[in-house]
Write a protein that binds this ligand. Structure first.
Ligand code: SF4
Length: 266
């Protein structure tokens, strides 16, 4: 079996414990307004036109997005980094897109990674069936779990899907004793008003906290903005600026009241 992957990041220190290799898998059922991983949205291989400007001249070239990897390919890549994993307590992370969109391949890859002694992490939007999560849980050491908005109607508005299933899956994973790191994107004007923050904090405090390793607050940024043209998509965050350092520090303090470790960034 092969999985469709759009990027492989080595020496990643923001996608789970230690130094990791992150595989970004194609396909995502969400359409977040602030998404900067546009390569991960379509489940298909794509060809996009890359435009480069040199002086007044524009150069175009086709760029293929997505390449098929077998489980063997993945293990081969990881073996090259084994020494870094051993020294740092790192391993492999499957991210996306939404990695559970390629559930069968993900399951096979996680099993193989575990058999070879690699620490495994899955970075997920939480939007998949409970059965899919149950099947991968025994082969996943840690989940990086995104919480984008605690209010269902606003979650639908900003991501295209309800958060009910997401929150149910999160509770199930935690209740099954799995280690979880929560990731909250901080999107000014969308999920950082006082009422939303209180609702988010209440949600976090309603979870069993024994296995909640940390909360990462990920500030909105505009780095992916240029990709929207390339993928023929409309950018909806034109009037939003990244939150200030002062604001992020305030939020760190705010969420620390949950008793869970809070970190700015991944
Ligand atoms: S879940 Fe992640 S990859 Fe999917 S649309 Fe949202 S930000 Fe993009």
């Amino acid at each position: 079996m092969k999985g469709l992957i759009f990027s492989v990041k080595r020496y990643s220190v923001h996608d789970g414990p230690g130094i990791r290799v992150t595989f970004f898998m194609k396909g995502c059922p969400l359409s977040c307004w602030w998404c900067h991983n546009l390569e991960g949205i379509s489940p298909e291989q794509q060809t996009v036109v890359q435009t480069r400007k040199v002086g007044e001249k524009e150069f175009h070239r086709d760029e293929q997005v997505g390449k098929f990897y077998s489980t063997g390919d993945i293990i081969e890549i990881l073996e090259r980094e084994r020494i870094f994993f051993e020294q740092s307590g790192g391993g492999v992370t499957f991210s996306g897109g939404e990695p559970l969109m390629q559930h069968e391949f993900l399951l096979e890859a996680l099993k193989a990674c575990m058999e070879h002694g690699f620490n495994t992490a899955v970075d997920t939007s939480g939007y998949s069936s409970a059965e899919s999560f149950i099947s991968i849980m025994p082969f996943t050491d840690v989940f990086l779990f995104d919480l984008k908005h605690p209010d269902d109607a606003r979650h639908v508005e900003y991501t295209g899907v309800s958060n009910i299933r997401i929150i149910e899956n999160l509770r199930m994973i935690i209740d099954n004793g799995k280690n979880v790191m929560i990731r909250i994107p901080v999107i000014p004007g969308k999920n950082d008003d006082e009422a939303t923050l209180i609702e988010m904090r209440d949600l976090l405090m309603s979870l069993k906290r024994d296995n909640l390793l940390k909360i990462s607050l990920l500030p909105f940024h505009r780095i992916g903005m240029a990709k929207y043209n390339k993928f023929g998509l409309a950018y909806r965050m034109n009037h939003t600026m990244p939150p200030s350092t002062q604001r992020m520090n305030y939020l760190k303090h705010f969420f620390s009241e949950t008793g869970i470790k809070v970190r700015l960034g991944g």
